[in-house]
Write a protein that binds this ligand. Structure first.
Ligand code: KIV
Length: 283
């Protein structure tokens, strides 16, 4: 268990120390409480919460107000890891001014220590402005889910020479703009390794192989709380969804059978000194 909150300089220092950065998402107070006593370095309130907690088809409908409410809930349960708020679709694309204002909401209203936003070269000016306002920014390149329609689906990026070159350039632009770390999502492992060697800021991979400076997963995926298609890069470390369903079925059975609540789950009081039940006043 950590004893001091993780800071941005500490994350930057991991590049030189070689100690891998661990990051996970969280979307509410209960999951934050679960992660807080662990040694996880970064907790991201990712816009993936739109899918795992709000039931949207993708991350595009998630609003700033939803992200702020969820980040605030996580903040209340999290005291050790670096808390990063994910800027939702259209909260940073319209103008640099709006982006800075929305990034500021994560810090001021939700208690985040940093923000993350998607995009490489085209987002560099925005990243520089947010960093200029004193807010640490984590970049996110490769398979950026907010661009799902542009990509035509959730496809691995950087498979051609030109795409790979663009993603390498994206990484350099974000480093130059002042990002303190880069999420590399859905790119070939070799390309992630080249970028990791090329930039001085830490890279945090998801579906980007083992050569990054750290790894991030969506907590619901890791715990086995998601149904349906599981991408190749996800490792389900537990099957809590199945376990939870089993527990609920067991509860239903016991209530139907009358074996729950048992005596130990019920309150008893001694009634010896109560008046005898007689007449109309027995209640
Ligand atoms: O929204 C999210 O959870 C993310 C991570 C997968 C990096 O962006």
């Amino acid at each position: 268990m950590k004893t001091k909150p993780v800071t941005v300089p500490e994350i930057l220092g991991r590049k030189a120390s070689g100690k891998k950065i661990t990051a996970l998402t969280a979307c509410d107070y209960a999951f934050a409480r679960l992660l807080d006593p662990t040694a996880v370095d970064i907790v991201l309130v990712g816009d993936s919460l739109g899918m795992v907690a709000l039931g949207y088809e993708n991350t595009l409908p998630v609003t700033m107000d939803e992200m702020i409410a969820h980040t605030r809930a996580v903040r209340r349960g999290l005291h050790q890891a670096l808390l990063v708020g994910d800027m939702p679709f259209m909260s940073y694309q319209v103008s640099v001014e709006e982006a800075v204002k929305n990034a500021g909401r994560f810090i001021q209203e939700a208690g985040a220590a940093a923000v993350k936003l998607e995009g490489g070269q085209r987002a560099a000016e925005t990243v520089a402005a947010i960093v200029g306002a004193g807010i640490p920014v984590m970049g996110h390149i490769g398979l950026t889910p907010q661009s799902v329609h542009q990509f035509g689906g959730y496809r691995v990026q950087g498979k051609t020479f030109l795409d790979a070159r663009q993603i390498r350039q994206d990484a350099r632009h974000l480093e130059k703009a002042g990002a303190f770390a880069l999420v590399l999502e859905g790119i070939p492992a070799d390309l992630a390794g080249e970028i990791t060697a090329d930039v001085k800021i830490p890279t945090i991979g998801i579906g980007a192989g083992p050569l990054c400076d750290g790894q991030i997963l969506v907590l619901h995926d890791l715990l086995g709380l998601t149904d349906g298609f599981t991408p190749k890069f996800v490792k389900r470390y537990a099957e809590l969804g199945a376990l939870a369903r089993e527990a609920v079925e067991h509860y239903i059975e016991e209530v139907q059978a009358g074996s729950f609540p048992a005596r130990e789950h019920s309150y008893q009081v001694a009634r010896e000194d109560w008046p005898a039940k007689t007449g109309k006043n027995c209640g």
